[in-house]
Design a protein around this ligand. Structure first.
Ligand code: HEC
Ligand code: HEC
Length: 291
């Protein structure tokens, strides 16, 4: 009797293990196929000039658009995610030093990466949030490229990306934003310039830096990855709807909310919004209030 029960348990355990292995194999091959997909995109031509006003403007944009959060303060790269279950993701060294971009990395390659989330070999970049940059104006994109290109080369050879089991499962279930090229409308064209003024339109333009986490409707949702807090609703239906303009500006500059919460910049990148001008924060507030 005992023997028969043990045998039965043995079969059940084997069955469950087989099922888990089969499910994981399915997720693994699904994700690998998506990563191997080749995109045929011809990047839009972009004129880049290197005068000092452009460079200063570009330097500021690498801060306020969040590039430095992932690529490091001097854009020489950093490991910004290393989780035993999820994987290791490297914010690439964007200088021309060792481990950085090749010497012949062209303006087209920059546009492919920032606007389309595509590497020069035609495959999607990993985790680079190009869906937040795909609608940058020509003026802003060109200034960022100009600034990044003239940075002194820094040698910083980082290890490769490594996707681990949970990373595969969550990517397969669309719960981890690993493959940016899938989330972008590759046929859109860049607008020339967006006027910096306190308007809903300019606020909406700036909010492209928020939608990767707060979602396109700014209503938030599940954590962006395991280990991160849920993302709050920041439309007028959420807490910001109750804040005055100056309270809103205070939150995005200090990370402290009127409800007494302190936001961790590792979860909510307010070190990026702290560098926004008054006009930019007011425009964002105007946009959020309109939702
Ligand atoms: C959330 C983190 C994150 C942010 C923010 C971010 N990047 Fe990236 N970026 C990455 C990662 C990760 C890669 C490496 C992708 C790969 O190797 O597949 C990458 C790759 C790139 C590449 C492509 C390099 C190549 O191998 O072709 C460029 C160019 C780039 N980023 C520029 C920028 C710029 C400019 C900004 C700001 C406007 C920015 N990134 C913001 C994470 C980020
Ligand atoms: C990398 C993901 C990410 C990005 C990008 C991001 N946020 Fe957040 N934000 C969060 C998370 C997560 C929280 C909640 C943090 C917590 O609970 O500690 C948050 C909280 C907030 C809060 C506080 C809400 C409340 O109810 O207290 C405001 C306001 C906010 N974000 C505004 C913005 C704006 C505006 C932008 C774009 C300029 C932006 N965020 C970009 C992830 C992000």
């Amino acid at each position: 009797m005992i023997n028969r029960i043990l045998k039965l348990i043995g079969w059940i355990v084997t069955g469950v293990l087989l099922l888990i292995t089969a499910a994981f194999a399915f997720f693994y091959f699904q994700v690998e196929a998506r990563l191997a997909k080749h995109y045929q995109v011809i990047p839009q031509y972009l004129e880049v000039s290197y005068d000092s006003a452009q460079l200063a403007y570009g330097e500021r944009l690498t801060l306020v658009k969040g590039c430095r959060d992932c690529h490091g303060d001097n854009l020489s790269g950093r490991i910004f995610l290393d989780d035993p279950a999820l994987g290791r993701i490297i914010g690439k060294n964007l200088t021309r030093g060792k481990g950085g971009l090749p010497d012949d990395y062209s303006t087209d390659d920059w546009v492919l990466a920032m606007k389309h989330g595509i590497r020069r070999d035609g495959k999607s970049l990993l985790f680079m949030p190009s869906y937040e940059f795909t609608l940058l104006s020509e003026e802003d994109m060109a200034a960022i490229i100009a600034y990044a290109r003239q940075l002194p080369p820094v040698d910083n050879q980082l290890p490769d990306h490594a996707l681990r089991p949970l990373g595969y499962v969550l990517t397969a279930l669309d719960q981890f934003p690993l493959i940016p090229a899938e989330r972008i409308d590759h046929s859109s064209t860049l607008v020339r310039k967006v006027k910096a003024e306190v308007t809903v339109d300019f606020g909406k333009y700036l909010a492209n830096s928020c939608i990767g986490c707060h979602r396109p409707d700014m209503k938030g949702g599940d954590p962006i990855a395991p280990g991160f807090p849920p993302v709050p609703d920041i439309t007028s239906a959420g807490n910001p709807g109750k804040w005055t303009e100056s309270q809103f500006m205070e939150v995005l500059r200090t990370g402290k909310t009127p409800e007494g919460k302190t936001l961790d910049p590792a979860n909510m990148p307010w070190n990026m919004t702290a560098a926004y001008t008054d006009t930019e924060l007011k425009a964002l507030y105007t946009y959020i209030k309109s939702l």
